[in-house]
Design a protein around this ligand. Structure first.
Ligand SMILES: [Zn+2]
Length: 317
């Protein structure tokens, strides 16, 4: 069974149950080497449209490569397929090269910049510091604690299909609405969540009640429970729209309900994609609004936006 068939979006994968013993042994060697040499290790898996669950290998929040699985015979470290010893050696040599030619330096820079940001943040928001980890919340019920349902980001495939249908003069009306409504709902939920966080509140994802920020466990009248930090972490982990580009998301959310005709709807979506493009070209990667809207790694999403902005696939690197 292929990896994608074995574990869909709702089922978190277990590598050890899936990979053949020889492939698992290769992976263990890789993990060992990367950790010994550079302290690089796999982050929790994330689901992608293209490859199903992938494991980003990270250092200081920077991804060196995603570990991609196709079937039980091996894995790919980025573009390098590893199914036997010799491949592994080659992959390690390539990874070494990447580490030495810039990646380690970038990771160091990331630490420095994060420290700087944390200093600024402490100055701005003195009360968002250290809260209890969820495990220490007395009386919490894991089934009811921090159960969120965020509107998902859009898959690149759907956006590409929409643009193709539009370019071919056979606009897919259903898809047009689907994409627009998804953007609309995601922007609305993000904007609302972001504003609530700023005012020290959260909205229960089950009954819609507003809860005031409290230290420790917050219990909604519907029975669901929240830890404020867990809420913020989940908001960020799902890359919900908010932050520096709030005005862009707000503009879309305000205009979408008024877009009646196909061309008004398509223009508005195209406007949003154009905002992604501007944002991307401005070089402010950290602020990129792409990641708030498109469910893909930054590079893939960037390529897609270039392709849509210029009507051609971006040159392969
Ligand atoms: Zn509730």
């Amino acid at each position: 069974m292929t990896w994608i068939d074995a574990y869909d979006r709702r089922h978190k994968p277990t590598l050890r149950n899936y990979l053949s013993p020889p492939a698992m042994a290769l992976l263990e060697t890789l993990n060992n080497e990367l950790f010994q040499r550079y302290r690089i290790k796999a982050a929790p898996p994330r689901y992608t449209q293209k490859n199903g669950w992938v494991f980003p290998y990270r250092l200081q929040g920077l991804t060196l490569f995603p570990l991609v699985i196709r079937d039980e015979t091996g894995f790919a470290a980025g573009d390098l397929i590893v199914e036997e010893e010799a491949h592994l050696k080659q992959a390690l040599a390539e990874i070494d090269l990447r580490c030495q030619s810039g990646f380690l330096q970038k990771a160091e820079d990331a630490v420095a910049s994060r420290k700087e940001k944390a200093r600024n943040k402490r100055l701005l928001e003195p009360d968002t510091r250290a809260e209890e980890p969820e495990a220490l919340l007395p009386g919490s019920d894991p089934e009811k604690l921090n159960q969120f349902s965020w509107i998902p980001a859009l898959s690149p495939a759907e956006l590409r299909r929409l643009y193709r249908s539009s370019a071919n003069g056979m606009l897919d009306h259903g898809l047009l609405d689907q994409v627009g409504i998804l953007f609309y709902l995601r922007c609305k939920q993000g904007i609302e969540g972001f504003k609530l966080i700023r005012s020290g509140k959260l909205k229960c994802h089950h009954c819609g009640s507003l809860l005031l920020k409290e230290e420790g466990l917050m219990v909604c009248r519907c029975g669901y429970q929240y830890a404020y930090k867990g809420y913020i972490d989940s908001f960020n982990a799902h890359r919900m729209p908010g932050g520096n580009a709030l005005h862009i998301f707000s503009e879309f959310a305000e205009k979408w309900p008024g877009a009646q005709t196909d061309s008004q709807k398509m223009n508005l979506i195209d406007w949003m994609i154009h905002q992604c493009h501007i944002n991307m070209s401005s070089g402010l990667r950290m602020r990129s609004i792409l990641k708030n809207l498109i469910d893909a790694p930054q590079r893939t999403a960037e390529k897609l936006i270039l392709e849509l902005a210029y009507g051609d696939p971006a040159p392969q690197r």
